[in-house]
Design a binder for this molecule. Sequence first.
Ligand code: FES
Length: 235
Amino acid sequence: MSGKIIINGQEIEFTCEKNILAVARKAGIDIPTLCYHPELTVAGACRLCVVEIERMGIQASCSTAPVDGMVVYTNSERVNKVRKMVLELLLANHNRECTTCDASGACKLQKYAHDYSIKRLRYPSRQEMAPMDTSSLSIVRDPNKCILCGLCVRVCKEKQGVGVWDFKNRGSRTEIVAAMDQPLAESACINCGQCIAVCPTGALTSNSSVSEVWAAIRDPRKTVVCQIAPAPRTA
Ligand code: FES
């Protein structure tokens, strides 16, 4: 399906783009996202990508297909109000110890909280602090920083064909767990690190002691005494 839509007053043609987000990005219009990846299925989980569409109201741009003649606003007062509320809700259940977080500076949630001038939260946290999973040689998981975007679940299943991560429970009790709620080290994880690469927060980070050893091994100028067994490789 092809046609033209008007985004912020600018007429933009679309041909094969499946959603408004892709059409906007093609034209250089930025829309914030936390759960979208162009190479993975669309989850529509975070709702940060909302836009205002005439006669349709507020919609998630990643899960709304462009229709010829659509008039879209990506930056209206209403859109920004909803995005701020979404960020506040996500931050309410997020461990905000940003200064000591491995992902600080690379965290999308941190960046958007700054971009949208989130100074205080109107919503209380509903979560107890949960233990971190440090069982894996290569990946550390901090559930207190997970925003349930599901990117780790999808990349592991759809790209790697492994399916280590999955959702558990429903509604406010939803969480992401490895291997039917077992420690990551006891799962079929192949230590590829794809889940770390797509995680928008510090919920999944690399085990720094191992990554430092690997970096040193790859650097011929350095000699290293390897104290940790390298991550197991599978075919
Ligand atoms: Fe669209 Fe998350 S990016 S809902």
